[in-house]
Design a binder for this molecule. Structure first.
Ligand SMILES: Nc1ncnc2c1ncn2[C@@H]1O[C@H](COP(=O)(O)OP(=O)(O)OP(=O)(O)O)[C@@H](O)[C@H]1O
Length: 331
């Protein structure tokens, strides 16, 4: 059995943002596109966590939605446990595969139906995927799931608004686990929570991963959050992967100048004496990205080649960076 559960191959997704009523034209073209995700490839090993990190607008949520099938790719392919999640996968095969992966969103209040009791929210996937389960067995299973995420079976009679943000995310996790998935895409699951609550939810997710052998794609704009969650990290910039590396290596020996900039901006809570520097410059518009390396306008190492040629990911040991300066040994 292969250890690769998810294989994302040359994934691209563009959105038509022409808005003719705005008369928006770039270089006289009638159609205007945002390349939200461009030629992204990575693999996720069974039982591991792959984190995608990047600033707002770098394409994280688009990748999450592509993986779980909420969006169709413009190009590329997603292979889940050897089966391509090709366009138009329907019927029993689609249902069997869908059951194996779930998604947790940033804002549990928006993803939980406010008019439903918690029991009904968590039981919904059981109704879809465990059609033969009777009411009594379903209630028992919901109680087990609530206990598993640190709530009590009695909480099932309440409505989502009766819980705190952290408790609501626990409910969302219980619902995601109901169908016994192997793989969960977590899109900024703790970003809306207080720091102390964030740590509790991250610990819960780690415990559940150990207990059930779950595989995660974990999306965050915050490198510190993914540091203790991820086995491997992909750093996204303007829809492209700038660097992919094992978590420890990324923090110890960041390769790409953008990763270095992000790490320099992380508060030095471990008192290593490193000076904190803010992230400089702004992410360019994805509607009209710069030619060559998308990071070159902010990069202190950019030369003429960087301004013309898009760098591909080049592997050095177990780290890979899309950077001409790294490849040429200039940094
Ligand atoms: N449905 C859509 N229509 C048009 N443009 C879109 C759509 N969805 C995303 N985009 C654009 O694609 C780019 C990537 O967006 P995405 O939400 O994936 O980024 P993100 O890294 O998740 O950002 P954030 O952290 O702010 O959620 C952005 O420029 C965004 O405006």
């Amino acid at each position: 059995m292969s250890d690769t559960l998810l294989d994302v191959r040359h994934l691209s997704r563009r959105f038509d943002v022409s808005a003719p009523w705005l008369n928006r034209k770039i270089e006289g073209k009638d159609k205007v596109y945002v390349n939200a995700v461009k030629d992204v490839s990575f693999t996720v090993e069974r039982g591991k966590t792959f984190a995608l990190v990047g600033e707002s607008g770098s394409g994280k949520s688009t990748i999450a939605r592509l993986i779980v099938g909420l969006l169709e790719p413009t190009e590329g392919e997603i292979v889940f446990d050897g089966t391509s999640l090709a366009r138009g996968l329907r019927g029993a095969e689609a249902r069997r595969l869908r059951r194996r992966f779930q998604m947790i969103f940033q804002d549990p209040l928006a993803s939980l139906n406010p008019r439903w009791r918690v029991t009904d929210i968590i039981a919904e996937p059981l109704r879809v995927f465990e059609k033969s389960m009777n009411d009594c067995a379903r209630r028992l299973r919901v109680g087990e799931l609530l206990t598993l995420v640190g709530l009590s079976p009695e909480d099932g009679v309440k409505f989502p608004h009766q819980f705190s943000g952290g408790q609501r995310q626990r409910i969302a996790i219980a619902r995601a686990l109901a169908a016994k998935p192997e793989f969960i895409v977590c899109d900024e699951p703790t970003s809306a929570l207080d720091v102390s609550v964030q740590a509790q939810i991250l610990n819960l997710m780690k415990d559940l991963q150990d207990e059930f052998g779950l595989t995660y794609v974990f999306i965050s704009h915050n490198l510190q959050v993914v540091r203790h969650m991820a086995d491997e990290i992909g750093v996204l910039y303007l829809g492209r992967l700038a660097e992919v590396a094992p978590a420890e290596a990324l923090f110890a020996t960041p390769q790409h100048p953008y990763t270095r900039m992000l790490l320099d901006a992380v508060p030095d809570i471990e008192m290593t004496g490193r000076r904190r520097k803010p992230v400089e410059g702004e992410i360019p518009s994805p509607i009209d990205p710069p030619p060559g390396c998308p990071f070159h306008p902010r990069c202190p190492f950019a030369n003429d080649r960087c301004r013309i040629e898009i760098p591909g990911l080049t592997r050095r040991g177990d780290q890979a960076a899309a950077c001409h300066a790294v490849e040429e040994g200039r940094i």
